[in-house]
Design a protein around this ligand. Structure first.
Ligand code: URA
Length: 244
C-alpha cells in the first residue's frame, strides 16, 4: 500500500465519524505514513508535441516574466498524475508552498486533500494540482492581472499535456481567471461550465471543451465554517458527474 492509500483510508475512516456528527472536514493534522516497499509508482515523463511537464517545470523555475521571481524561494509548477481525471487549479503558492516547491502543502492544502479524498480523489492517484500563478505573491496578496497573464502560458501548456477530463477551480481567483469573468465565487460555484482550452489538439479541429466546476478555496473554509456545507454540495455535484 502506498502512503497515499494509507492516508486516504485513514481519512475516510476519520471522516465517517465526522459525517455522523455532521461536521464534514474537521481541521486536524494528517497522520504521516510511509509507502510499503516498491509500491511507489514512478511517473513516466510524457511528451506532447515535444513539450513535457518536466520541460515546463524547468522553464517555470527559470522564469523571470514578472516581479514575483525576485521574491520567491521556490516556484511551484504543480504535481500529480499524467492525464488526470481532475485538474485542480488554485490561486498561487503560499508560504509553505514557496518553501517546499509543491502546491497545497500548508494547512489549506491538507484540507484540500481531505476534500478530494472525500470524493475518491487524490494527487497520487487521479488528480493534478496547480495554480494560476506559479510563484508566491508577497504577503499572500492576490496575484495582479499582469502576473496572472505572464503565467497563463504555463498553465495552458500543462493542460495540453495533461488533458484532464474535468477541472475544479478552488477559489475566486482561479474561477475568474479560467472563466474570464469578474463574477463573484458565490455565483460561479457549484455548476458546470464548458472550458474551451486554448491549445491546438494534435489532430485537426478544436480541442474539446472540458467540464469545469468551481468551489470555495479551502482557506475560505478555514476562515468561515459556514462555507463548508455549500462546498460539500459542490463536491457532491462534481462526484455525481465523475461517476467514480
Ligand atoms: N493556496 C493556493 O491557492 N495554492 C496553493 O498552492 C496553496 C495555497
Amino acid at each position: 500500500m502506498t502512503a497515499e492509500d494509507k492516508t486516504r483510508l485513514a481519512t475516510l475512516l476519520d471522516m465517517s465519524g465526522d459525517f455522523l456528527r455532521d461536521e464534514h472536514w474537521r481541521e486536524r493534522e494528517a497522520p504521516a505514513f510511509e509507502d510499503d516497499a516498491a509500491d511507489h509508482a514512478a511517473q513516466t515523463a510524457m511528451e506532447v508535441g515535444g513539450d513535457s511537464l518536466e520541460t515546463i517545470a524547468a522553464e517555470v523555475c527559470g522564469c523571470r516574466a514578472c516581479g514575483l521571481c525576485d521574491l520567491r524561494i521556490l516556484p511551484v509548477p504543480g504535481e500529480g498524475v499524467q492525464q488526470p481525471l481532475l485538474l485542480v487549479i488554485g490561486e498561487a503558492p503560499g508560504s509553505e508552498e514557496d518553501e517546499r516547491g509543491k502546491p497545497f502543502v500548508g494547512v489549506a492544502g491538507q484540507l484540500l486533500d481531505r476534500m478530494l479524498a472525500s470524493i475518491h480523489l487524490s494527487r497520487a492517484t487521479n488528480c493534478f494540482i496547480t495554480n494560476t500563478v506559479k510563484c508566491r505573491p508577497p504577503g499572500n496578496r492576490d496575484p495582479s492581472p499582469d502576473e496572472t497573464a505572464a503565467c497563463a502560458r504555463f498553465l495552458a501548456r500543462q493542460m495540453r499535456i495533461l488533458r484532464p477530463a474535468y477541472i475544479l477551480c478552488v477559489g475566486r481567483i482561479a474561477a475568474q481567471t479560467m472563466l474570464h469573468t469578474s463574477e463573484g465565487i458565490g455565483r460561479l460555484r457549484g455548476k458546470f461550465f464548458d472550458y474551451t482550452p486554448d491549445y491546438q489538439p494534435d489532430n485537426a479541429g478544436d480541442a474539446p471543451a472540458i467540464p469545469l466546476i468551481a468551489t470555495y478555496h479551502p482557506s475560505a473554509l478555514l476562515r468561515d465554517a459556514s462555507l463548508k456545507r455549500p462546498a460539500w454540495e459542490d463536491l457532491k455535484t462534481l462526484l455525481a458527474r465523475l461517476q467514480i
